[in-house]
Design a protein around this ligand. Structure first.
Ligand SMILES: [Zn+2]
Length: 228
């Protein structure tokens, strides 16, 4: 069975959606792990323990409704110094949602988060440009360089790991999910990935909230490609 997604975001996609952040240009051995769809009891807490073992920091793109349901789990992410991003309140798919509803849902998520965030990731990576442009005033829209496919039930945990190790490089933004759906693959891949790259001298860092959204990381990424 062929997975219905691409592990590595192709350059053409990155340059077409250049205002978005796809990776962080760096020569430093740094990887940016990101976890979508939490917080979820037990699953998120297990992820936090794994990250602690390697002194790793990550970025959690939270669903607002899960923050409402599991505030205690959310607080643990914060307490451990990870970055938080907005992933809408109800995990809306932008292509199927009118702009007003979509933007209100992002706002609703923002209102329940007890911290400011300048990071937003559209659920399913699907967002209309008419939704993205207003959000770019307040957020970095963070996509990814490597999609682990941990949520994909037809993908074995071994293959998920193999592809993830193959495509991850310095500055990669890697997507995993702290969700029940992704648990089988994610719980296999995460500790092995942390171990693999830690042994190679990599660090795992959270995406910064500090850079102003008007400083366009996406353009930097694209110009790096054009220079080659
Ligand atoms: Zn999601």
């Amino acid at each position: 069975m062929i997975p219905l997604f691409v592990h590595k975001s192709p350059r053409i996609l990155k340059s077409f959606y250049s205002p978005f952040v796809w990776e962080i240009p760096t020569e430093e051995p740094v990887i940016y792990l990101t976890f979508d769809d939490g917080p979820i009891p037990d699953v998120t807490e297990w992820v936090l323990e794994q990250l602690d073992t390697y002194l790793a920091k990550a970025t959690f793109f939270c669903i607002g409704d899960n923050v409402r349901k599991y505030p205690d789990v959310f607080i643990q992410m914060l307490a451990k110094g990870h970055s938080i991003g907005n992933h809408t309140f109800n995990h809306l798919k932008g292509w199927n949602t009118d702009d007003r509803t979509y933007l209100n849902n992002v706002k609703q998520c923002n209102e329940i988060l007890p911290v400011e965030t300048t990071l937003f990731r559209p659920p399913y990576g699907r967002i209309k440009l008419s939704q993205a442009y207003p959000l770019l005033n307040d957020y970095h829209i963070v996509m990814w360089d490597v999609l682990t496919g941990d949520f994909e039930k037809y993908l074995s945990a071994e293959r998920c790991l193999e592809k993830t190790l193959k495509y991850t490089k310095a500055g990669s933004i890697v997507v995993m999910h702290d969700s029940l759906k992704a648990w089988r693959n994610m719980s296999y891949v995460l500790p092995r990935m942390l171990d693999h790259f830690a042994q190679l001298g990599y660090r795992f860092e959270a995406l910064s909230q500090l850079t102003s959204p008007s400083t366009n990381l996406g353009d930097a990424t694209v110009s790096r490609y054009l220079a080659h």
